[in-house]
Design a protein around this ligand. Structure first.
Ligand SMILES: [Zn+2]
Length: 246
């Protein structure tokens, strides 16, 4: 309910930010992180700057502390931490979503990039539809692939499932490094709803991590050295997911 009442305002913020990101995703990303670290001070600075010159320019300092960050390539250290398929995801309180989007129009090509959220703000899954696919055309055929650090929360899963049922021309595959709170009944119901709506849902294999590294990470031409237990952890999560979806 609270979300709904704030929806127009949040949409506007996203729009402004999205415009910034197209200019230079990387810059926004690093400055966005600074804002998170020092949100209060940054907000104060932003206000002071506005009072002084009266001009309203969108400066990174004015970004609220918990917003969607979008970009082209992820920092390698951030990738290694956020996508690590450990069993207990302590400290990983955000979702990273790498996407490939094909609108079925050869002239358009393939869109790709990533989104990053905080669980306390708007979620990356929702942001994908508002930022990357704001104009839905029922005449097109959409093929969407997500590589997410963890599976969606129940609210996102339910929303996406409804959307997929309504938009039959949209195919979504979700590959996840970890299962988010998979022991919760609500979460399991959300994953089942996604599966039932035709979403392809799979846990990332070691080869998927290498693919993301090559495609979405500032890899500096270096190969990814997979962490210990990557394969075992994949098997652990894959087994859990199979149990949930059977
Ligand atoms: Zn969510």
């Amino acid at each position: 309910m609270a979300d709904k009442s704030h929806a127009p305002m949040r949409k506007k913020e996203k729009k402004d930010e999205a415009a910034d990101m197209t200019k230079d995703g990387k810059e926004v990303k690093s400055e966005g992180q600074k804002t998170e670290d020092n949100g209060e001070a940054a907000a104060n600075n932003g206000t002071a700057a506005n009072d002084q010159n009266g001009d309203f320019e969108v400066e990174p300092m004015e970004l609220p502390p918990f917003e969607i960050i979008a970009g082209d390539r992820i920092d390698p250290l951030v990738f290694r931490f956020q996508f690590k398929n450990v069993e207990y995801s302590s400290g990983r309180n955000k979702t990273f979503l790498c996407y490939l989007l094909d609108k079925g129009n050869p002239a358009d090509g393939l869109y790709k990039g990533y989104l990053e959220d905080e669980h306390s703000g708007s979620h990356a899954e929702e942001a994908f539809f508002t930022q990357c696919l704001p104009n839905y055309d029922p005449a097109l055929k959409y093929t969407i692939t997500w590589y997410v650090s963890s599976t969606p929360c129940s609210a996102c899963a339910t929303k996406i499932a409804e959307m997929l049922k309504a938009r039959r021309n949209m195919k979504l595959s979700i590959f996840a490094a970890r299962l988010f709170e998979w022991e919760e009944e609500e979460i399991q119901a959300g994953l089942k709803a996604l599966h039932g709506a035709g979403c392809k849902l799979r846990v990332m294999k070691p080869v998927d991590f290498s693919y993301i590294w090559d495609t979405f990470v500032e890899n500096e031409e270096q190969p990814l050295n997979l962490w210990e237990d990557c394969k075992e952890n994949y098997e652990y999560y894959q087994e859990k997911l199979a149990d949930i979806l059977q």
